[in-house]
Design a protein around this ligand. Sequence first.
Ligand code: PAF
Length: 273
Amino acid sequence: MALVSQQLARQGKRVGLVPTMGALHEGHLSLIRRSASQNDAVIVTVFVNPLQFGPREDFARYPRNLARDVRLSRAAGADIVFAPSSRALYPSGFQTRIDVDRLSERWEGRSRPGHFRGVATVVTLLFQVTRPTNAYFGQKDYQQALIIQRLARDLQLSVKVHVLPTVREPDGVAMSSRNAYLTSAQREQAAVLPRALRAARARILAGERRARSILSRVRRLIRQATDARIDYAAIVDARTLEPQPRLHGRVAILLAVWIGRTRLIDNLLVDVP
Ligand code: PAF
């Protein structure tokens, strides 16, 4: 892969990178299509990164179907699917980690210790191997996207990091490979996440500025789903991810909710009028 990337760079080609863990869905495909429209060559990486999973998380059962991922990637405009083994990316003796400090502290970082260290490390490695001009990530993993933008800036990488809108199912549920873990009853209940986000946004647009009041409504709504358990619900500054007691500027409403044994995240950005 490194040799091919060098060759593409020598030919002056613009390379678009779409890093994924496979189990591709319409959200990933929208990133691939965008990448194909803005670059000369598109690389999709498929790698279930062990470094970003906690010991009690779903690494072993994460859905894997490379043949399907290759087919879908190609149909969406990918030129290369790079699916390295763990040993290829982390050969024996590998011991380097990338940490993005402040942005990683809260929310996903607190609930999943070590997660962003694993993400930042693998994404830096993938950038290094594929040398992209542009890289594409989904807004559904909003904190991850900010962290990757930050690391690209801090390490003075020449890649431009694009964050594309979340793709949703007709009932508003954000597309996610983990939706496959839900039973059909749980899948119905998952719609409570986008419903709560939209309700929060409506309150803000109607003039409410107290995060506490908006969040108590959000929590009430989510608790109506019998299998739902809130991990966190927060309204934060969209750039720093710090909580905002009184809302102003651009805010992100962040949700992490267990539906049964499946943990789902979602978010919405709102410009406070
Ligand atoms: O968002 C994901 O699928 C993963 O976190 C990423 C960015 C591919 C790194 O493993």
